[in-house]
Design a protein around this ligand. Sequence first.
Ligand code: HEM
Length: 541
Amino acid sequence: MWTSKVPSQQLNNKHQLFKGRLLTVGSALQRHQQQNHWEELLETTPTRSDEEWMQAKAYAELPGPGAWRLLSYFLPGGKLYNTNLIQMNRRMREWYGDIYRLPGLLGKNDVIFTYNPKDFESTYRNEGIWPIRIGLESFTYYRKVIRPDVFGGIGGLVSEQGKSWADIRNKVNPVLMKVQNVRQNLPQIDQISKEFIDKLETLRNTATHTLNADFHEQLKMWAFESISFVALNTRMGLLSDQPDPNAARLAQHMSEFFNYSFTYDVQPSIWPYYQMPEFKKFLKTYDHITEITTNYIEAAIKRFDDAQQSDTKCVLQQLLALNKQVAVVMAMDMLMAGIDTTSSAFVTVLYHLACNPEKQSQLHRELRRILPSCEDALTAENTKNMPYLRACIKEGLRITSITPGNFRITTKDLVLSGYRVPRGTGVLMGVLELSNSDEYFASSAQFVPERWLKSDSDVDVDVKACPEARSRNPFVYLPFGFGPRTCIGKRIAELEMETLLARLLRRYKISWLAETPLQYESTIILSPHGDIRFKFEPHSV
Ligand code: HEM
């Protein structure tokens, strides 16, 4: 059974109510558009009549509040007033159990919340080749309705469904999911990490070893510089004193995009009925991002045309070879999905290492073997064997997955935890809770990278692998999702995080200075927030 143990992070209340509501209220037109878009993907066979289905309990018997009760929870004085999504889910789980239903208000589909890994398995195993995950509607609207001239009717991976999604995904999978192809970027990603550390040195108080700057903001610039190198084959100079002026504008518009997207894609909004002036500003932000990104792509195309033909093609060249519109959409999606995610995940892993000095020392020993001197380069050869570093990343993302739940719309009738769940129902799989449960991970509150090591890992003799401390169930740990719709940026994110962690922890002993544990606010993802202070003391060797 689930233990109601709270993971180490605290969650900020801001915005959560609305996110919770998104799943239950939403705007009628958005809902209508979404349904029109994906309802045609649902299986058309008659309702199941097999034994499992017939013996299962009726859908109506699922625990959960009725519509009015649910609304009353959120009113001032209500039991869930001012709670965030995670707190709301935890309380509801205490009240209703490991599976419960939130009614879809105003005609929106119901959402089943489940904490049973067997349900995760059933949902994923039956998602078919075109899994449905509701994306950001404003993306699709802007690309398909406002700017078909630029995007040629392509909505992008995040928001497309069905065949339109698969057409892009099948094309770009070999470019972005193949480890070797992504790892060809290592020299430049390493160079960017070195520049990040040079910048950190200029911001570091050498007496107190603290930073005179917002570390998380600096990390966003690092993530931006790294992903724009991969997506646009362009160095933006965001870690230098003189960034490319267009890059600085793009960074600004990206940050506006995240705020607007939360307001118009996550919170319920009337924009599909009536476009208020603020929504029009959001469309302008999309315009700016589109204009700057396409200019960078045009400049890169010119550079590629002028350069000598080479056997190795960068990611952008490979995407352009598929189709120019796919390349433009994918490059923009990489920028939009690859900055806050990677920087938030990075802060998370660093925080756990900072709070666990003995694990950090162990990692430092591994890194000294890989980089005898801080100035050495990270290469395809020397990065092959860094099991402890990789285990630290996995363990950090286990304790705090920045995407705490995974979402699908069921395409078939499913039996979940003994209840009949009709096709077309939303299922939210609360994976963060399971990866923080002692039932699946021994001493789950503790940061134990050793649980991810294989017994025969090539680590120091004094490290003891303990793979038995992690569950073999593949559905209880899914920081990048699962199946054909899994995160397409996983390889890139891993490369970036490994490279910068190797450089940072090779060079500094890092400790956590804030008085409270790392806190998170939840917008589109869980994002570190509040007092984020580390100490960076250079190692003597
Ligand atoms: C540590 C960093 C990251 C985490 C934890 C993360 C997590 C996720 C998760 C959980 C999903 C949903 C998967 C599913 O529904 O099964 C997703 C989707 C996606 N991610 Fe990431 N992500 C990260 C970094 C990136 C980066 C760097 C990129 C840029 C290439 C990226 C691009 C995308 C895209 C385009 C999708 C939608 C894929 C689709 O629907 O086909 N992500 N990500």
